[in-house]
Design a protein. Structure first.
Length: 147
C-alpha cells in the first residue's frame, strides 16, 4: 500500500499534537512522580483489581524485563503487592495496596479533569463531533490491527 506523504505527515503531526496536549512526554504524569508507562501499569492493575505480570506485558505491549523493573519499583514504593496464586504457586497475583489504590483513584480523577479542561471551550455539538471522530478512529485502527 502506498500512502500519500501528506496523509502520513498529517497523522504524525496529529500524534505529536495530542501527545503534547496530554503531557504524555512530561517526566511525571499528572504531577504524580510517575512516568506515563508506570501510571498505565498502575491504572491497568487498578481496573483489573488483580492480575499477573504476563497480562500486563501483553495488554500494554511492554518488554518483560522493563515490566519487571516497573513492578519492582512500584512494589518498593508500596503501591503493589505480589502474592502466590492459590491455583498455581508458580504464578504471582499482583494487586494494589491501599496506597496504590489511592494513587489509582488520583490518576483516574486527574485524567478525567484533564479531558474536561481540554474540552471546556468547545460547544456540546463540537464535543459530540470530536467524540464520534475519536470512536471512528479507534474502530478503524482496531480493524487495521486485526483487534
Amino acid at each position: 500500500m502506498n500512502l500519500d506523504d501528506n496523509i502520513v505527515a498529517d497523522i504524525r503531526q496529529f500524534n505529536r499534537f495530542y501527545t503534547n496536549i496530554l503531557g504524555l512526554l512530561d517526566k511525571h504524569v499528572l504531577n504524580t512522580g510517575y512516568s506515563f508507562t508506570e501510571a498505565r501499569v498502575i491504572l491497568e492493575i487498578g481496573f483489573l483489581e488483580q492480575c499477573i505480570a504476563n497480562h500486563l506485558v501483553e495488554k500494554l505491549d511492554i518488554d518483560r524485563s522493563y515490566m519487571s523493573r516497573i513492578l519492582a519499583k512500584l512494589s518498593k514504593d508500596g503501591l503493589i503487592i505480589k502474592e502466590n496464586s492459590a491455583l498455581d504457586s508458580r504464578t504471582s497475583l499482583i494487586r494494589l495496596t491501599a496506597e496504590g489504590t489511592a494513587l489509582f483513584n488520583q490518576l483516574n480523577e486527574k485524567s478525567d479533569e484533564q479531558i474536561v479542561r481540554l474540552l471546556q471551550r468547545l460547544s456540546q455539538k463540537e464535543i459530540k463531533e470530536l467524540h464520534t471522530s475519536m470512536l471512528t478512529i479507534q474502530k478503524k485502527l482496531e480493524k487495521a490491527e486485526g483487534i
